[in-house]
Design a protein around this ligand. Structure first.
Ligand code: FE2
Length: 477
């Protein structure tokens, strides 16, 4: 249902055309090196050392969210036991009177900010659709009481929020996005993070970046169920050999244990009120053929036995790249046929630092749902911005440069209602996927009649980049 008059390809500046040609010929240098990626200035004591007070408190997906909930948090090394309290939430402050003490596991991580203990507790035997209150213990102190609601046992409508890469200047620039998302959908129950939560560059202080990510999300992370997948920036470069998962991932996030053996905790699924959320590890897939086919086989198994009404898959590298000079062909060869065969509904991706949405994009047949293929979305929540590949103005239903976004999805009985909104809350893209009586689907395009967002940076635009991401942190600005 592409409206070529309202949403047709805008004319591009000659500069972009020249730059694209140079880029394609390899004639341009890459972006300038990132000097600083957090608000912690060089030489200043970091505010992100672990202390007696519990911090980085995050709820993560479980196999059975109607009856179980995992919480992860951090303290300084003097706290040796993962210890939490859980009570059915009431209006009375006497939550502790009926609280159950629950213990779990503790892992050590000696990161840039010193030794920290990372704790994980899974609350089990919970009642479905019930509001619980919990708190986690620090050194002779507690966190505040947080509340979460367990999932219903069967299908029931719910909302979820999805973010593309936060990655750079996370506290400075991602904070307003996640907070606007929460203001827009305060009763959402799930948050999907499609990789590159932080930058983890070789020279950077990764632990400050993680500190900023948890600072930005703050109590929202402690109330909603988080589904996160690992991007290339959650995999560290090694001098010889493939990238490896950053040590912060397994200590911050404990995900369902239902993935394939070598990729547990980055590949998993959760069934939440009739929606199957599946997380894949596209970095491992793209750097190792065995990990690519292993995930395809696992995915086939997981989708062969899927009683849910809707299926959402998230991973980092796009099936159909949006930005200039990018392509992930192996995913189309090994994963796309499985998505098509098993009628995946939505695919949520990141990595390209731009926005792009469409279906059957490879053939340019976007907007013609064949009743089986998923809708593919690429989005970005942080400030690093790349330039769109020219052909995607035609190939995709909605694209955007230079715009920080979040997405809200409502999973209803007969439709998914999807909206992408800018950091200011303005509607940028929208569609429904309607499931018809015969099981087929159709897409109803509801994108607003507003111009395509294009790069506005007058200063630093270089090659494929609109904004470098960390340049916003220069103290002189
Ligand atoms: Fe990425």
């Amino acid at each position: 249902m592409t409206d070529s008059i309202l949403h047709g390809r805008p004319r591009r500046h000659l500069f972009t055309v020249v730059v694209m040609a140079l880029w394609a010929a390899g004639g341009l240098a890459t972006m300038p090196a990132i000097a600083q990626n957090t608000l912690v200035p060089e030489g200043e004591a970091s505010p992100y050392h672990a202390t007696a007070f519990p911090d980085r408190i995050v709820l993560t997906a479980t196999v059975d969210p109607a009856h179980a909930q995992t919480v992860n948090w951090r303290t300084r090394g003097s706290v040796d036991q993962a210890y939490a309290q859980l009570a059915e939430a009431t209006g009375s402050p006497g939550l502790h009177l009926n609280a159950k003490n629950v213990t779990g596991e503790t892992q050590k991580l000696d990161a840039h900010n010193g030794l920290a203990h990372h704790h994980h507790v899974t609350f089990t035997d919970l009642e479905p659709d019930t509001l619980y209150a919990y708190r986690v213990r620090g050194d002779n102190t507690w966190s505040e009481w947080f509340q979460f609601r367990t999932a219903k046992d069967d299908f029931s409508p719910h909302s979820a929020i999805y973010f593309g890469d936060a990655q750079n200047a996370v506290k400075s620039h991602f904070s307003r996005v996640i907070r606007e998302a929460y203001s827009t959908a305060p009763r959402a129950q799930v948050m999907v993070h499609a990789g590159d939560l932080v930058n983890s560059g070789a020279e950077d202080n990764h632990d400050d970046e993680w500190g900023e990510w948890f600072d930005a999300g703050s109590f929202i992370n402690s109330m909603l169920v988080n589904v996160a997948v690992a991007g290339n920036h959650e995999h560290l470069r090694q001098e010889n050999g493939p990238r490896i998962l950053v040590p912060q991932w397994p200590v911050h996030f404990r995900f369902p244990d239902n993935g394939p053996d070598p990729l547990k905790n980055t590949v998993y699924y959760m069934d939440y009120q009739g929606v199957r959320y599946i997380g894949l590890d596209s970095q491992q897939a793209l750097q190792d053929q065995t990990m690519l086919t292993l995930q395809a086989d696992w995915l086939r198994d997981v989708l062969s036995n899927n009683p849910n009404r809707w299926t959402v898959v998230s991973y980092h590298h796009p099936m159909f790249s949006v930005s200039l000079g990018r392509d992930n062909q192996p995913l189309r060869e090994h994963w796309q046929p499985v998505f098509d065969e098993f009628n995946v509904d939505l695919v949520l991706q990141g990595h390209d630092h731009s926005y792009g949405r469409g279906e059957n994009v490879a053939t340019g047949a976007s907007g013609q749902m064949n009743g089986a293929g998923p809708m593919y979305v690429v989005s970005v929540s942080g400030p690093k911005m790349y330039m769109l590949a020219e052909h995607n103005h035609d190939a995709m239903d909605r694209v955007g440069e230079d715009v920080q976004l979040f997405q809200v999805m409502e999973f209803q009985e007969d439709r998914i209602v999807y909206q992408a909104r800018t950091a200011t809350g303005e509607l940028y893209d929208a569609f429904d996927i309607e499931k018809l009586g015969d099981g087929s689907k159709r897409v109803i395009d509801r994108r607003p009649d507003t111009p395509t967002s294009l790069c506005s940076n007058p200063e630093e635009r270089t090659g494929s980049s609109c904004w470098g991401g960390s340049s916003f942190l220069r103290p002189e600005l």
